[in-house]
Design a protein around this ligand. Sequence first.
Ligand SMILES: NC(=O)c1ccc[n+]([C@@H]2O[C@H](COP(=O)([O-])OP(=O)(O)OC[C@H]3O[C@@H](n4cnc5c(N)ncnc54)[C@H](O)[C@@H]3O)[C@@H](O)[C@H]2O)c1
Length: 338
Amino acid sequence: MTNLHTIHTLSDIYVGGAESCLDSLVAGRRVIVITDPNIDRLYPSLVHRYEHIIVGYGETSKTLITVQNIYTQLMELGADRTTLLLGIGGGIVTDITGYVAATYMRGVEFGFISTTLLGQVDASVGGKNGVNVIDYKNMVGTFAQPRFVISDVEMLRTLPLRELRAGIAEVIKVGILGDSELFGYLEQHANDSIFSHSDIMQQVVLSAIRLKVDIVERDERESGIRRLLNLGHTIAHAIEKCTRAVNHGEAVAMGLSAIAHASVRRGLLATSDCERIDSLLAAFGFEITLPVSMADILREVRLDKKKSGDNIRVVMPESIGRCRIVEMPFSEFEEMFN
Ligand SMILES: NC(=O)c1ccc[n+]([C@@H]2O[C@H](COP(=O)([O-])OP(=O)(O)OC[C@H]3O[C@@H](n4cnc5c(N)ncnc54)[C@H](O)[C@@H]3O)[C@@H](O)[C@H]2O)c1
C-alpha cells in the first residue's frame, strides 16, 4: 500500500489509493462515471458505485459519434449542471470525458481516476481534452481542467506490459526534457521488474507529474514552454501515421532516439548523452530501429506541417534534463535525418 501524495495545481492531483480519497472528493454530488469495458470488468466495485456510461476501446472510439452517444445518455439520465462526470480509465476515456464535460450544457464539473501509466504521467494532467476527426488525432477539443485527478499506481498492476512500456516512454521523455534525476533514477531501475514495485512506480509517477505541472502552470495554452512536452513526438506521430504495427509509446521511443541522434549531428548533444538515451530505451525493451523508411516519415511530417507554413519547431535535447525549441526551415529539418 502506497502513501497518498497531493499536488495542488490547476487541478488537485492525488497520487495514491483511489478508494481512500474518492468518497470525500465527491461527497454529496450526483456522479456519473464514464469508463471502458476493461475497467468495468476489472474494477466493478468502483464503477458500479455510481450510474455509469461505457464507451468503446481505442482511438476509433475517440470520436464525435461517441461524444454524441454520451450526451444522449446523459440527457436520458437527467444529468444537469450540478452533475459531476468521473472518467475512470486511460487517456482515451479521460480525453473523451474532459471534452464531454467541457461542452455538455456549456460545461459541468469533472474528475478523473487515471488508470494507465501514460494517463497518470501525461494524459490526465494539464487540462487538454479532445477527440479525433476522420484520421486526424485530437482535431477537436478544449482546454478545461478537471477538479481532481486520482492516480493510483496500484491500478497499474492489471495493466498489460505493452501499455506499461508505452507510459514509461513518456517518463523517459520527461527525464530528457527536464529532469536528469528522474532519468538517472530510471537508469538505476531499468528493467520491466520496476512495474511490480509500487513504491518505485509512485516515485516515478510523482516526478513526471511534477514536471508536467510545472510546465503547464507556466504555459497552460501551449504558446511557449509547453511545447517542450512534444519532444520526440513529431517523428513519433509520423511513424504512427505510416504503420499501425507500433503503439504510441513505441513510436515515442523511436522519436526520442531519432531526435537525440539528430541533435548530436547538429552539435547540440554530446554523443555520450545520446548513448545513455538509447541504452535506457533498450533496457526497457524498446526497438529504436525505424519500422518504415525515413523518407516516408519525413513525407508524413511534411503533410502535417502544411498547416503552419514552411518552418517547423523542433524540440532538441542539449543534455539529459535540458532541451530547447529550435525553429528551422523544413529543408533543414530533413537534412538532420540524412
Ligand atoms: N490530453 C492529453 O494531454 C493527452 C496526453 C497524452 C496522450 N493523450 C491521449 O491518450 C490516449 C492514449 O491513452 P492510453 O495510452 O492511456 O490508452 P487507453 O486509454 O486506450 O488505455 C490502454 C488500454 O489499457 C486498458 N486499461 C486502462 N487501464 C487499465 C488498467 N488499470 N488495467 C488493465 N487495463 C487497463 C484500456 O481499456 C485500453 O485497452 C491517446 O488518445 C492520446 O491522444 C492525451
